[in-house]
Design a protein around this ligand. Structure first.
Ligand code: ATP
Ligand code: MG
Length: 454
């Protein structure tokens, strides 16, 4: 709903009248000159501006265009002229009033404006939802785990907080980063992505912060960094765990002070952008093994989001299959479907490459299929065996039993290569070793095969 109204008029009496007419329903602020008015448009951020034409330092009509990009404008004038009204509307004013205006007429016009503001807001929200559900950037997920992620996304989008998104490769971290940007307060602003793993540290530094001409050999012109490019929008620091320690220190300072210098520069730069970082290595563990600064970790981890692996939310798999089938069928003008048994089979697979792997698989299925039906018989099934399905998990067993089974089976698969097993299980080698120690204490017969690897 409309909350704040700014009245700009050089006549204090008019301002007083407006305050009386609207002050109970709305928050009203006033300005007596064009300059003061423009300044309050920024600081007060009104939903509606009541703008006098004959201001001492400006013609109100010249201000309409600028003001209407952010607030709704109603132009007021003492002498009614058709031309003035037409010009005001052409420049984007919502309406035109002649003074003196009866209080009732003013009130009812402002209320109507308020309804329109609300309608526009709802429309924008609706558009956002529709594109989120059906567009290219749609994020699919009905599982509880993903619903929880979406809730956090919605909440954090409205703030300008720094967000750390963690999750295995291909789980959709980048997509979620984009959703946060698009659901945020500056969706029209730039969304700038920097891959921190792709560049050596000196290059990454100048990529992030820019440099002045002559800052180093080869710097033959000034270059704006990504932080500056992201001004008014969001910057995505992809694979943040890979950032070298010298740069970690610099990044920490930038996040703390919200200002920096271009390399070789003397003018301070203060970019206003939201920072989103992603990593597929658990950053806390990187901190524990001394590879990532703890203070930087806390700076980034203001709002943590952990995207679950696809195998931990199998109920999303059929939905994703459907989504990708639609997309690739559309792209390729085909009409490929998967039979129920194929979908059931795919739902059981471990999908170590997560959603990306599933997406690639469906693309392949659509490209390769000759007729429009993919069944188990005309197999386009990935080579990976369904391993989860084979394990004797059932309701009735304890988490501890299930964990033990999974750990021992994984060790079995990897020839007791603990490093590899720990990696697959997503736990540290130390945790794995401790668990094994416990298991052995309970069951002395549990000895690894000869030639056990570490
Ligand atoms: N929930 C989802 N709904 C629809 N598409 C998804 C979803 N999650 C991921 N995708 C798609 O899967 C692919 C991989 O997603 P994304 O690039 O966001 O993963 P990531 O977590 O950033 O991976 P990496 O760690 O390897 O960079 C993209 O094409 C993305 O559009
Ligand atoms: Mg990514």
């Amino acid at each position: 709903m409309m909350k704040r109204i700014l009245a700009i008029d050089d006549n204090p009496l008019v301002l007083e009248l407006i305050g009386e007419a609207l002050g109970e329903e709305f928050q009203v602020d006033t300005a007596e000159t064009g300059a003061e008015g423009m300044e309050k448009c920024d600081s007060f951020a009104p939903d509606l501006v009541l703008l006098d034409v004959g201001l001492p330092d400006a013609n109100g009509l010249d201000l309409v265009e600028t003001i209407q990009t952010k607030s709704m404008v109603i132009v007021m004038t003492a002498n009614s002229s058709v031309e003035g009204a037409v010009e005001a509307m052409r420049k984007g004013a919502f309406h035109y009033l002649t003074k003196p205006t009866p209080v009732d007429a003013l009130r009812s016009l402002v209320r109507r404006a308020s309804e329109v503001v609300e309608l526009r807001r709802q429309n924008k929200e609706l558009r956002r939802r529709v594109t989120q559900q059906f567009g290219e950037d749609a994020i699919i997920g009905k599982s509880r785990a993903m619903q929880a992620v979406f809730e956090t996304v919605e909440m954090v989008a409205e703030s300008s907080s720094t967000v750390l998104i963690q999750g295995d490769t291909g789980t959709g971290k980048e997509l979620i980063a984009l959703a946060i940007h698009q659901g945020g307060t500056t969706p029209e602003g730039p969304f700038i992505k920097v891959n921190c793993a792709a560049l050596p540290s000196e290059l990454l530094e100048s990529e992030l912060f820019g440099h002045e001409k002559g800052a180093f050999t080869g710097a033959d012109r000034r270059m704006i960094g990504k932080f500056e490019a992201a001004d008014g929008g969001s910057i995505l620091l992809d694979e943040i765990s890979e950032i070298a320690s010298s740069l970690q220190a610099k990044l920490l300072r930038v996040l703390q002070e919200r200002e920096f210098y271009r390399i070789g520069g003397t003018n301070v730069v203060r970019p206003r952008c939201r920072v989103i970082a992603t990593t597929n290595r658990p950053l806390k563990q990187e901190v524990e093994r001394g590879a990532f600064r703890e203070d930087l970790y806390y700076r980034l981890n203001v709002v943590p989001i952990v995207v679950p692996a696809l195998r931990n939310r199998p109920s999303d798999i059929p939905l994703l299959i459907d989504h990708f089938l639609r997309r690739f069928n559309g792209d390729m003008g085909k009409n490929v479907e998967l039979t129920e048994d194929v979908i059931a089979y795919l739902t059981e697979l471990p999908w170590r490459g997560n959603v990306r792997e599933l997406e690639n698989f469906i693309e392949r299925a659509v490209v390769m299929s000759r007729n429009n039906l993919v069944s188990l018989a005309n197999s386009l099934i990935p080579e990976e065996e369904p391993s989860i399905e084979e394990l004797p998990f059932k309701v009735g067993m304890t988490v501890r039993e299930a964990e033990r089974t999974l750990i021992l089976r994984t060790l079995d698969e990897t020839d007791w290569n603990r490093t590899k097993a720990a990696e697959i299980l997503g736990i540290s080698i130390r945790t794995l070793r401790n668990k094994l120690h416990d298991y052995r204490e309970e069951d002395a017969s549990l000895v690894p095969p000869p030639g056990e690897r570490r």
